[in-house]
Design a binder for this molecule. Structure first.
Ligand code: AGP
Length: 625
């Protein structure tokens, strides 16, 4: 996620802004910038692609003077990492300066509309539309006497911000300043976190408290649809309707390390709990009654390809490969397209039978995995239809394929992939739904109804996260085990593989995911009291068959830990423990069923004293073969 910082007070702003950006580096970013407003109204804007030290070098050469400023570290979502796309962004007159975190869903139509009014854009970002929209509203309101809240030094700016946020769809946290409104900083929150640090006659703004923790622990967290108007004397809060809001500040007790993890013990746990948001942001603007054209436009993927393609090959490594396996079920069931899901390191060395009518979907969180990149380069020799599903805009993978569907999960710091996996599953579901609709496999009504179910998934994940105490209890009983088996059928089978991978890479316990129907063909010989079985036993067409498989395991002494839907009886009766997940359509169930398995692996690792965020022998991105 992007990082926002802001300062207004008696001190020089740029060292505070730079320090704040450095404290937000853990959030991940690919470019940075800041703006300082000088006493004489001069706005100094410095931006740089790459690490903050590049920006720091620019500042050393020509340190901007001023006691008011804003800064930003960008995690690219629309437009590659570059100086032109780095924030802050300005209007045509370069008098309005804005930094933003979030996704403006309707930026495309706003940009077109503003373009017809003569606004010229200098970046590919969605953020820039906000500056030109604000410019337009300032111009329009200048000649009007509009009622406004009292005690505002620059009511016109406040009113223009109010008008602007009414026209924005999506999630945004932003901080802005205007050349003609000295001693004023405005912060706006809608569905993206933003905090105000209250100092002694000075105020700070940040996406996250670590940015200003050394200066103050008194914090006002903006709530959704709120606007903060800061001056060197006061901080005024209003809602979007202009009603004044008053709230007691909180005193932050966290130390810096805890603050970086948002109070969670590890980045991995924080990222598990960010998963509802990751799914919401990956769906944002891509689903709904008229989503198909917009969705494909963003994809830069000709609808004809999804209509005509005769086979899909999904490649990836590790967790991304498991996402590809789920994608196979989705594309076959929803779009009727024959699919292969393959480990990238295997795909690249066999003679893959791709033809010009094959679509290759490469899945990668980092976009830098050597085996996946090589698989793409191999595929390019045989087909021109290539789509990347990736979490890192501007990564190598996204530059080597014509179309990329970005998963808006924000940076994933924990080495074990969690929220990125859910982002990948969400993206694959979007592709399968749209391909099914375009190929006539799904009616408009079926697409709408499936989309509605998909939009409910973040709520379902939030519900599952409440099971954490139950998972912790099981892990305290199980953490000394040396072998576990994960059993499931159909679309649960890849989730068994992923659950087993999580346990292996985090707790170093040997674990295997197996198709439950395969047990009698050999692996059942492994079963005894020392081999607990984790069963994915949510309701499905194959539930009864799975029950039989589990009975065979229990009959041989297996201790069963089952993931079930509320009201389950048959599997629950055989299980030592059950973890409940809400019942969702079977093809969407991987999105909720994986969550207890992630929590289980996390707590098993913690019980065993393993390094959860940096497991031994592992790297976050395997950029070598
Ligand atoms: C997942 O928990 C692992 N860290 C690893 O398997 C990872 O999924 C794999 O290396 C692929 O990485 P990528 O998604 O960045 O390509």
């Amino acid at each position: 996620m992007c990082g926002i910082v802001g300062y207004i007070g008696p001190k020089q702003a740029h060292p505070i802004l730079l320090d704040g950006l450095k404290r937000l580096e853990y959030r991940g970013y690919d470019s940075a910038g800041l703006c300082v407003a000088g006493e004489n109204g001069k706005l100094s804007i410095l931006r740089a692609a790459g690490k903050i030290r590049v920006l720091e070098e620019l500042l050393k050469k020509d340190p901007p003077k001023g006691i008011r400023g804003i800064g930003h570290s960008r995690w690219a979502s629309h437009g590659k990492p570059s100086e032109e796309n780095a924030h802050p962004h300005t209007d045509c007159k370069k008098e309005i300066v804005i930094v933003h975190n979030g996704i403006i869903e309707n930026y495309f139509s706003l940009r077109e509309e503003l373009g017809t009014k003569g606004h010229r854009f200098s970046s590919e970002t969605d953020t820039e539309v906000i500056t030109h929209l604000l410019e337009e509203n300032l111009q329009r309101l200048k000649s009007r006497a509009t009622p406004h809240p009292p005690h505002l030094a620059h009511p016109l700016l406040f009113l223009a911000v109010q008008e602007t946020v009414k026209e924005l769809k999506g999630s945004f946290a932003m901080t802005l300043l205007w050349k003609q409104a000295p001693d004023t900083l405005i912060a706006v929150r809608n569905d993206c976190p933003l905090a105000i640090g209250l100092g002694d006659r000075e105020f700070f703004v940040a996406s996250d408290v670590p940015a200003f923790l050394p200066y103050t622990r008194n914090v006002l967290f903006l709530e959704d649809r709120e606007i903060a108007v800061l001056s060197s004397q006061q901080c005024l809060l209003f809602n979007f309707e202009g009603k004044k809001v008053s709230r007691e500040p909180l005193s932050i007790k966290w130390n810096l390390s805890q603050a970086e993890k948002g109070g969670y013990k590890h980045f991995m746990l924080k990222e598990i709990f960010e998963q509802p948001r990751a799914v919401e942001d990956t769906l944002r603007g891509r689903i709904g009654p008229n989503s198909t054209p917009g969705f494909l436009q963003e994809l830069n993927l000709d609808a004809e390809i999804l209509k005509r393609v005769r086979r899909v090959h999904l490649v990836g490594c590790g967790t991304a490969y498991h996402a590809g396996l789920v994608g196979k079920y989705l594309l076959e069931h929803l779009a009727g397209i024959p699919c292969e899901a393959e480990i990238a390191s295997e795909f690249r060395y066999r003679r893959p039978t791709l033809d010009p009518e094959t679509l290759l979907i490469a899945i990668s969180q980092s976009g830098e995995t050597a085996d996946t990149l090589s698989a793409v380069r191999e595929a390019k020799k045989r087909t021109s239809h290539l789509l990347a599903i990736c979490n890192c805009v501007g990564s190598t993978l996204t530059r080597e394929v014509p179309s990329t569907l970005t998963t808006h999960c924000g940076p994933e710091i924990g080495v074990a992939s969690t929220k990125a996996f859910l982002g990948q599953l969400t993206a694959l579901t979007l592709v399968a739904l749209h391909a099914g609709f375009l190929r006539g496999q799904l009616s408009a009504e079926e697409l709408r109804s499936f989309s509605e179910e998909l939009l409910k998934i973040p709520g379902g994940i939030r519900q599952v996260l409440k099971e954490e105490p139950a998972v912790l209890k099981i892990s305290k009983e199980m953490y000394k085990k040396e072998h576990l088996l994960y059993l499931g059928r159909h679309i649960q089978y890849p989730i068994c593989l992923e659950g087993a991978l999580k346990l292996k890479e985090l707790s170093y316990i040997h674990a295997e995911g197996y198709a439950a129907g395969e047990m009698k063909h050999g692996p059942i010989a492994l079963i005894d009291e020392s081999m607990p079985v984790v069963a994915l036993a949510t309701r499905s067409r194959l539930y009864d068959k799975l029950c039989g498989n589990l009975q065979e395991a229990v009959a041989r002494g297996a201790v069963l830990i089952s993931v079930v839907n509320p009201g389950d009886r048959a599997v629950t009766a055989q299980s030592a423990w059950t973890l409940e997940v809400p019942e969702v359509p079977e093809l969407l169930s991987p999105l909720v069923n994986i969550v207890p398995l992630q929590l289980f692996a996390y707590h098993m690792a913690r019980q065993r004293g393993c390094d959860v965020d940096q497991p031994r022998n592992l790297a976050k991105s395997v950029t070598v073969e």
